[in-house]
Design a protein around this ligand. Sequence first.
Ligand code: AMP
Length: 549
Amino acid sequence: MPGGTDQTLRPFLWRAANLYPDKEIVSRTHEGIERYTYSEYDDRTAQLANALEAHGIEEGDRVATFCWNHHRHFETYFAVPTIGAQLHTINPLLPDEHIQYIVDNADDQLIFVDDSLAPKLAQAAADAPEFEGVDFVVMSSTETETLDATPYEEFVEGHSTEYDWPILDEDQPAGMCYTSGTTGNPKGVEYTHKMLWSHTMATLTPQGIPMADEDVVMPVVPMFHVNAWGMPFTATAAGAKHVYPGPSPDPEDIVHLIEEEGVTISAGVPTVWLGLMDYAEDNDVDLSTLDTVIVGGSAAPESMIRWFDDRDVELLHAWGMTEMSPLGSVSQLKGGLQDADYETQLKHRKKQGLTVPGIEFKVIDENDEEIAWDGEEFGELWVRGPWVTKEYFMRPEANEEDFEDGWLKTGDVVTVDEEGYIQIVDRAKDVIKSGGEWISSVELENAIMAHDDVAEAAVVGVPHEKWQERPVAFVVAGEDADTDTLDEEIMDLLREDYPKWWLPDAIEYIDEVPKTATGKFSKKDIREEYTDGSIVEGSVPEEAAPDDD
Ligand code: AMP
């Protein structure tokens, strides 16, 4: 046994509960808005720890959650790891087979599930041998109809609010999350206490996503997706007020919580903020308390950064991965750029940013050479650092492919500018190769989405006899769009910034861009659903062809 707490999670909560006992944790639930203090949270965490122990959960066991963002889910965040067990957050948007696979692979003993998600879990568990011996607790005070589950309040009731917290080894696994690949089963990533601790400390630096005790922090990013980007831990370490937006919050719920609770920092994927922007156009919205919005998971469009700037809210563009706990980089301005003009600053701010302290990286091109930091050359981003996983859970074949000499090969294709700002130009598998040259599908998508009448756009490469691949754009038009003229307007927009051979061969209108379980555009599904392996007949003028350039 070590002689004291090393880099483990318990001290973060100990400090918050003792220095900020009256600070609030607010949660939107099926049962309405609930609020209590850090002091009460600490007591309930101890009760849950005792309840878990009484249920037979021991050090090293895995306890899973199947939940949205709320206070009970947050209670599992500290209770499970700080007794030495491991919190496995399951993404409820995964297909049933994947859920069965990961429950079996992780060997989960107990699953906490939301009332509204119980039917989905019941469906995945029905006749599935993977679920044998797994118990359920439903996150409410009453029973649920679809699953044989103990209500959470009954589970913790009567247990002591004192717990003799063990001194844990910092290498003890604390968390776990699965990442979905394009093919095959999801891959598990284990987070040790030390990884989560170092991730928290790096996030809190001025180069990361700094938070103070007077902040009001609302993670909209789901707690089943890489621990809501670690925010429940960072907000606790900072002693900030927490706000959890509950089951499937819509823009109105999010705005309401910002206004009522005085949210200062919030985080989510671009679609969350696009929804809010849309809502704000038609409704009276007060964002005056909001200082910072963190956007990650997919690229933040430039128009979004400008929109928030106009309302005096700083948009920080962050990049990360499940394998990185998840934070890798943030688009913080370097000191030397603070006095630069707005457009120069924006040029850097719209990139994925500077790696946070503790992360090392290199970028390897097709010839296994490191690229120049000139904002032009590109290659695959490799990273390493204390909170970057060194392997997948029980997946030796994936380890061989994705790790080399302690580096994680991210699969992201990037440029790095003279200042060290990283820009993701694509996923390695989504880069479009036309006539031996590369076209960034991500850049085209962002440029198309900058059009006011475009709600969403995804660009994929389709096979072409002469050019190997050509880009085709799949566009979701805005409500008031006139699709007769939109094609030409989009092409005009693209012509301003891109060579002719980058322009899509076709623009196809679709109702919705298919998404992965983590809300990213699913290029695989787009290809499967909308292309048959040949060029899509589109409405775009001939001149888009690369040969007339
Ligand atoms: P996940 O493990 O599901 O969080 O997915 C990680 C991947 O999401 C990264 O490897 C990137 O391809 C993508 N990603 C994350 N953040 C960003 C961002 N800010 N801009 C563009 N892509 C991003």
